[in-house]
Design a protein around this ligand. Structure first.
Ligand SMILES: [Zn+2]
Length: 140
């Protein structure tokens, strides 16, 4: 029963092209400032996006509850009337959601996949990435 969590936001092809271009490495041979943010596994900034999970939750208007000094959201994977999914704040697990009811873990892309109504599977990962970028205003 989570069909109303969100629906896919179809983007015009032009916008998608712009978003795709943004994922390309910067070709400007500026000073080596990019060395301070080394790309992990050449992932085109996806690791940096993971760190913006909390921001994504806020932008998409997902309700956050505080209890026990931690932040929680309703697990989107099942009916959840007392928020069971913890927003991890520790350094080690930052950017990871952990449901204490069903045991599922989600990162920002997993949450975006559900928010955008995409099916499971790696095939839909690029669309989940685009959903995150769109939410964070990175597709403008
Ligand atoms: Zn759950």
């Amino acid at each position: 029963m989570h069909g109303d969590i969100g629906k896919a936001l179809p983007l015009p092809a032009e916008l998608l092209a712009i978003i795709n271009n943004i994922t390309q490495p910067c070709s400007v041979p500026a000073k080596n400032t990019r060395q301070s943010e080394p790309a992990v596994r050449g992932d085109n900034g996806k690791t940096a996006l993971k760190g913006r999970l909390r921001e994504y939750i806020a932008v998409r208007g997902i309700a956050v509850t505080k209890k026990g000094g931690q932040e929680w959201i309703n697990c989107p994977l099942h009916d959840d009337d007392s928020p069971s999914m913890q927003i991890n704040a520790s350094d080690k697990y930052a950017g990871i959601l952990k449901c204490h009811a069903c045991g599922a873990s989600l990162d920002v892309f997993g949450l975006a996949r559900i928010t955008a109504g995409l099916p499971e599977g790696r095939r839909y990962f690029p669309q989940a990435v685009q959903e995150v970028k769109a939410a964070l205003g990175m597709g403008q």
